[in-house]
Design a protein around this ligand. Structure first.
Ligand SMILES: [Zn+2]
Length: 268
């Protein structure tokens, strides 16, 4: 719930006497109407816009116009947006195959009840696509953004590296946006991968200067990005670098465990 659970607020205001009421409810995902809009920000704007409805006022006892507005009262760490691509026309459920643009970045502050004006930037990190004509048939596949410029397509057992523009051209069904500052998947991999350093002997002739050493290292490293290979001549530098990496990773790990500790405490 810490990651996905938020809160929605519904505000009602009588246009006759100004009497207002507020109702809050839990929020897991936001279902967005896509009729009449061509982008996710436009759909969110429409979702949170002030509507006029007819309602009975408990204070002035008249049945008349009310202003109604839905806003995000508390935005979760991960905002899940669902597009209403399946329409029930009373007889059958039809799929709406229209292109709805979804940005890489969302400013959720525009759609919240928050008056603190604290920055609420969210980054797209996953997209789920439904392929097929109806809810009862078809196939789902997804895209995960492991790092800011690194996307993978997950289609059953097949995983492919894909270009970002191909992802953004999809008819997305569900999009997941993470609050800026949330670690990317690549950050987790960086923390948990083993620190494997192979040492290969070199002579001063092989690597006569820093540039050729860097070229040699790049060449080796490009063959396998998960294994770092260092030359003997540079071992001292490597040790310093490795220490920094370890300290950094340990810092991040210890932060992680303190957060978990806090969570356990809250659940008790
Ligand atoms: Zn009233």
């Amino acid at each position: 719930m810490d990651a996905f659970g938020g809160r929605l607020v519904s505000k009602l205001r009588c246009c006759n006497c100004g009497h207002s009421s507020v109702t809050r409810e839990p929020l897991i995902d936001i279902s967005l109407e896509i009729e009449g809009v061509d982008s996710v920000p436009a759909a969110l704007e429409s979702f949170t816009k002030i509507e006029k409805i007819e309602f009975s006022c408990e204070r002035c006892k008249t049945h008349g116009p009310f202003e109604k507005q839905l806003l995000i009262d508390h935005a979760p760490t991960v905002v899940v947006l669902h597009l209403k691509r399946f329409k029930n026309n009373g007889l059958v459920v039809q799929k709406v195959e229209k292109n709805v643009l979804f940005p890489l970045e969302l400013d959720m502050l525009l759609y919240t009840n928050d008056i603190n004006n604290e920055e609420m930037k969210y980054d797209l990190y996953a997209v789920i696509v439904h392929y097929g004509p109806s809810t009862s048939s078809g196939h789902y596949y997804s895209f995960i953004r492991c790092a800011p410029n690194e996307w993978y397509k997950f289609n059953d057992e097949k995983v492919d590296y894909v270009q970002e523009d191909l992802v953004l051209a999809e008819h997305a069904y569900i999009m997941l946006y993470a609050k800026r500052g949330t670690p990317w998947f690549s950050d987790y991999i960086e923390i948990h991968r083993p620190f494997v350093n192979l040492v290969i002997p070199t002579t001063s002739n092989d690597v006569s200067d820093e540039t050729s050493l860097k070229l040699a290292l790049n060449k080796i490293e490009n063959n396998d990005s998960h294994v770092k290979v260092y030359c003997e001549d540079q071992l001292q530098n490597v040790e310093i670098k490795q220490d920094e990496e370890l300290t950094d990773a340990l810092d991040r790990n210890s932060h992680g465990s303190s957060v978990n500790g806090k969570k356990r405490k809250l659940q008790d």
